[in-house]
Design a protein around this ligand. Structure first.
Ligand SMILES: [Zn+2]
Ligand SMILES: [Zn+2]
Length: 320
């Protein structure tokens, strides 16, 4: 049976670090992306994959059980009759880690049958991760390619689960959310450096991206060509957080993808004016969302004037 940090604490073998479960789970995810994404200019270290498997397994267990805990804390217990060492587990004992928790399979079952949470995506990859984790603990990592594929799949599944089922749950306190915001930003920005993850996601996203070659651009945040600037809405299908501000996305695209410099506002007085991102007012919709020199999927080498609010090129081959 799988054990958790709480189990070890119950056995008197605690590690002396008491992280709240959400922070703890996201902390494991930070480890995973750090192990899978090499630093700038460095090659990936195959040995890191072994630790990525172990940490991803821990992240899966902690985060799935945290979602169960949001439903009711007793759902995390191995025995729903709340027995542990011959005594009934109270909430106070639960908070101190004096309980045995359910296994990962049982946690998935309870999530589905009690909490009504369906894990989206390839849940078979969790089974593969469990097998891999057991093998890694005893024999090391044999099938590197398979491990890369599995970690990419589970990583995506967990990040989607966090955003869809956990972060906006009404029982998650604002302080808890704040504690993990920075780590989640780090995880999100590191994903684009994990080649296998990028390849897996882009293949998954292609059917949704392919019908919109004229609205598909490079996302300024993840740098994959997964940004869809549709009329009145901008979203990156690769980035975990899908809601994006039209003006700031246009500004980030101009400065980070096209490398256009921020300009100083015309100054009429003695005081310097704040710099403006290189985004112009659109002659069609009037919104400040027009980027000059943009490159779309359908026109990757011929620049156009693209309005992120209209969701179309106003000049160049794809212009109206
Ligand atoms: Zn993106
Ligand atoms: Zn426009």
């Amino acid at each position: 049976m799988a054990t958790t940090r709480a189990d070890r604490a119950a056995d008197g073998d605690g590690v002396g670090v008491n992280l709240p479960p959400l922070k703890n789970g996201v902390d494991y995810l930070v480890r995973v992306v750090r192990e899978l994404s090499p630093s700038e200019g460095q090659a990936a270290d195959p040995l890191n994959l072994k630790y990525a498997v172990l940490h991803l397994h821990a992240a899966t267990e902690v985060l799935l059980k945290y979602r169960l805990q949001l439903e009711h804390w007793t759902l995390v217990l191995r025995d729903v009759d709340r027995k542990h060492a011959g005594e009934r587990v109270t909430y106070a004992k639960f908070r101190r880690g004096q309980f045995l928790s359910c296994g990962l399979d049982e946690a998935r079952l309870r999530l589905e049958q009690v909490a009504g949470v369906q894990l989206s995506g390839e849940t078979k990859s969790i089974d593969a991760l469990v097998d891999m984790r057991n093998a890694v603990q005893h024999y090391g990592l044999a099938a590197e390619g398979r491990a890369e594929k599995t970690t990419a799949e589970v990583l995506h599944l967990l990040i989607s689960f966090l955003h869809a089922e956990v972060l906006n749950h009404p029982k998650v306190q604002p302080e808890e959310r704040e504690q993990v915001e920075e780590d989640l930003r780090y995880v999100g920005s590191s994903l684009r450096r994990i080649d296998r993850y990028v390849a897996y996601r882009l293949k998954q996203l292609e059917p949704a991206l392919a019908p919109h070659p004229d609205q598909r651009l490079t996302c300024p945040y993840c740098r994959t060509e997964s940004l869809l600037a549709m009329p009145d809405s901008v979203a990156c299908l690769f980035c975990p957080e899908s809601s994006m501000d039209i003006y700031w996305t246009a500004a980030a695209y101009a400065s980070d993808v096209l490398r256009l410099d921020w300009r100083s506002q015309p100054t009429s007085g003695p005081f310097s004016q704040p710099a403006q991102p290189p985004v112009d007012d659109c002659p069609v919709c009037g919104k400040t969302a027009l980027v000059r020199g943009a490159l779309t999927h359908s026109s990757p080498t011929t620049p156009c004037d693209f309005c992120f609010n209209c969701g179309q090129a106003l000049s160049g081959p794809a212009a109206i």
